[in-house]
Design a protein around this ligand. Sequence first.
Ligand code: CP
Length: 311
Amino acid sequence: MKQFFSIDDVSDLKQLLEEAKVVKENPFELKGNIRNKSICLLFLNPSLRTRLSSQRAAQNLRVNVTIFDVGSGGWQLEFTDGAIMNSDKAEHVKEAAAVIGTYFDLIAIRAFAKLEDKDYQEQVLSQFMKHCPAPVVNLESSTRHPLQAFADLVTIEAYKKTKKPKVVLTWAPHPRALPQAVANSFSLWTQAAGYDLTIAHPEGYELAPEFSGNAKVEYDQRKAFEEADFIYAKNWSSYSNYGEILCKDSNWMVSEDKMKLTNNAKFMHCLPVRRNVVVSDAVIDSKDSLVVEQAENRIVSAQTIFKRLLS
Ligand code: CP
């Protein structure tokens, strides 16, 4: 593995999940000599889980970790090739990525979608991967959140009762327009793991075809929930009407009565979550809610990937 941008960088998902199990059981065990290596976590956007879990993962590996809030502490970066830099952007990513790559053995970057036309070109991550000599890890880009999806798989693997559980990714309401990154990665990773994936959403919220793949699509949320083993709630804005909110129907909130249609399903969400908008208190506070364990597994996914890339 030379970088961790997407599931395409993982040639052996089963093996990766085995490595995650070992990391989870023995978080402080060190094999190989990665002590004294260094990681830089670059944030262009806010975070709670990604920031703290990545830092903890690095600390568990006894590698040095630096957090750099590019938005508030660095120069504004230019990402366009050939730009005439006579406005507010003081530094081009070509130099910034090259320089940071000489200071650290690995850099990890968060750069959300701006919900603009160019998002699916993944300009920020692709420019860093092109110009940085050190391996690059995706901490959520415009279209993907692979460390989240990897943690979600670690969580499902721990609770699944059958080889091919029925997993439902359901759209849920939200007051703001959100990117598709979490839903996109969850769809790709759960299908790669061989789960039976249904994606439930109102019409107009279809994911881009390269992300929905062979998942079943269901416009009737109650029907989708029938016999589900895992319910994963997430809001995303429309892909076809890019970045728009097409539906505000509160009936799509995950509620106790809908959970009763499932096969005693576990409830999942990547967090942060809007209570009583995306999911009712009763569901997220129930014994079947895995949201905190999912977040805890973010340390496991980050540590497993950092370990691979630094070894
Ligand atoms: N799930 C997730 O990435 O959380 P943060 O945005 O808080 O990092």
